[in-house]
Design a protein around this ligand. Structure first.
Ligand SMILES: [Zn+2]
Length: 186
C-alpha cells in the first residue's frame, strides 16, 4: 500500500465528506491538505479540520475567481487564523478566457493581483507555504511569488510550457508542480 498525501482537496465542497474520507483512507492517503476558496469555505475547512485532527490539515485562501466586494474581510479572516493552518491557499491568478466569455478586464486582473499579493505577504509573514493557482497567468503568478520572497509553494493549474518548469523549480526545492487538473503530483 502506498502512503500518500493529498496536497489539494476542496473538502468543503463535498456532499458526502464521510464517504470521501473513507475512500481516501482505503486508498492509502494518510494526510489531506484541505484548501479553501472564499469566506464560506474558509470557515467550513477549519471546522472539518477540527473534527479530523492529524488527518486533515487546513489551508485558508481567497481564490482568484471568488473575489467579491468583501475581500478585505476575507483577508483579515485568513490572517487571524493562519497560525492554525499548514498553508495559505488556494490563492493565485486566473486570466483564463473561458469559451463564450469576454476576456478578463485590466481592472479585474489588477484586483486579482492585489488580492494574491496580499495573501503571499500573509504567507511570508507567517512562514507558510503558498498553494498557487496560475491558470492562464503562471508567469505573473510565479514572478510575484518570487519577488515577495515565497520559499515554499505548490503550483496548481500550471499552464505554462514544460521547459518553464526549470524556473519554477529554482524557486525552491520544496516546490512542486501540479498537473492542469485537480489531480496533484507532489
Ligand atoms: Zn483547487
Amino acid at each position: 500500500m502506498y502512503s500518500l498525501i493529498d496536497t489539494h482537496a476542496h473538502l468543503s465542497d463535498l456532499e458526502d465528506l464521510k464517504a470521501a474520507l473513507r475512500h481516501a483512507l482505503d486508498a492509502g492517503v494518510y494526510a489531506i491538505v484541505a484548501v479553501s476558496a472564499n469566506m464560506d469555505t474558509n470557515a467550513r475547512t477549519l471546522r472539518i479540520a477540527e473534527r479530523h485532527r492529524r488527518f486533515i490539515y487546513p489551508a485558508l485562501g481567497l481564490h482568484p475567481t471568488e473575489i467579491g466586494a468583501e475581500y478585505q474581510d476575507v483577508l483579515t479572516f485568513i490572517e487571524e487564523r493562519i497560525e492554525r493552518c499548514i498553508a495559505v491557499g488556494e490563492v493565485g491568478l486566473d486570466f483564463w478566457r473561458r469559451r463564450g466569455e469576454p476576456a478578463k478586464s485590466e481592472e479585474e486582473k489588477q484586483r486579482q493581483i492585489y488580492v494574491y499579493t496580499k495573501q503571499l505577504e500573509i504567507a511570508r509573514r507567517h512562514g507558510k507555504p503558498a498553494l498557487i493557482h496560475g491558470r492562464g497567468a503562471w508567469e505573473t503568478a510565479y514572478s510575484l511569488a518570487e519577488s515577495i520572497g515565497i520559499s515554499k509553494a505548490i503550483f496548481h493549474w500550471y499552464t505554462g510550457p514544460c521547459d518553464g518548469k526549470q524556473d519554477l523549480f529554482s524557486l525552491s526545492e520544496d516546490l512542486s508542480i501540479g498537473e492542469v487538473t485537480d489531480i496533484f503530483i507532489a
